[in-house]
Design a protein around this ligand. Structure first.
Ligand SMILES: O=C(O)CCC(=O)C(=O)O
Length: 279
């Protein structure tokens, strides 16, 4: 049975009420019985990755958009793309069977592949320098996936995310607006970025905070407008964003994107639900 948020029946780019929130600790608690568990281990391991220590001996990919390694507390938003390439615990977390199962149920599909990850450390008290501008994820993938591709995103909370932690703010219902070609993930002046987004007639801009406990996962549609503001909670806000696709997705044949270069490599782009032979 699909979970109650999901309409029954075919689910191609399903019209899911926003924000989608799956308050499940499953990827954490079912991934291993040992303590302190993958979540706690992942937090520690990500500190090492932030400092440039790579357990697998492999550097995280897509370096051009990642923050250079440091042992210091970050003084602005810290981003590492592809941390699962560098660390086995992080890989274990992002490939947890329960994550794939939950995603497959939500999207009502037979197959889910992970094609990217992004670790975010939003430090406290750095004001605008911690922001992520309003955007639709689709904006960054128009040169990678065929337009109708079922590509979506999950965000695992590695710390408790309350209203004052700079939670992701989802714009309710914006997944139905279609791809708008507006917004800017990297823009940190939120008002300016907001002014560049035109709300379709009859719709409204309603921000909904995806607050959630550490270990929870939220999923969002590729066309959902979202962004995040300053963290005032007193502790860093830690999240791993996971890029996913279903069997209803197709790479653009002429794309030379980094994100397709390893799409057939099960180490970097593992199938997290369904038949690996389908890749
Ligand atoms: O975690 C955030 O603040 C935003 C991450 C993001 O842009 C996303 O989930 O697609």
């Amino acid at each position: 049975m699909p979970p109650p948020e999901v309409a029954a029946g075919p689910a191609r780019n399903v019209d899911i009420p926003q924000p989608i929130r799956r308050y499940t600790k499953a990827p954490v608690n079912t991934a291993g019985a040992e303590l302190p568990g993958p979540l706690e281990r992942a937090r520690l391991r990500l500190k090492a990755v932030m400092a440039g220590t790579y357990e697998t001996g492999i550097e995280p990919g897509y370096k051009q958009r990642s923050t250079p390694p440091t042992r210091d507390e970050p003084s602005e938003l810290f981003r590492i793309y592809q941390p699962h390439m560098a660390d086995r615990t992080v890989k274990e977390l992002v490939t947890a069977a329960s994550l794939g199962q939950t995603a497959a149920r939500l999207w009502n599909v037979q197959w889910i592949q992970l094609w990217g990850t992004l670790f975010l450390n939003k430090p406290c008290g750095v004001a605008q320098k911690g922001n992520i501008g309003w955007h639709q994820d689709q904006h960054y993938f128009t040169t990678i996936w065929e337009p109708k591709s079922e590509v979506f995103f999950a965000s695992i909370a590695l710390s408790d995310i309350g209203p004052d932690s700079g939670p992701v703010m989802m714009i309710r219902g914006s997944h139905r607006w279609g791809y708008r070609g507006e917004g800017d993930f990297y823009g940190q002046a939120m008002e300016t970025v907001r002014k560049g987004v035109h709300v379709p007639e009859g719709e409204q801009w309603e921000e909904v905070a995806t607050t959630m406990p550490s270990g929870a996962v939220s999923f969002h549609h590729k066309n959902t407008f979202h962004g995040s503001l300053a963290n005032h909670s007193g502790v860093p806000r830690l999240s791993i964003l996971i890029f996913l696709r279903t069997e209803h997705s197709q790479p653009l044949p002429d794309s030379d994107s980094y994100w397709l270069q390893n799409i057939d490599d099960p180490e970097i782009c593992p199938v997290i639900y369904g038949d690996d032979g389908q890749r």
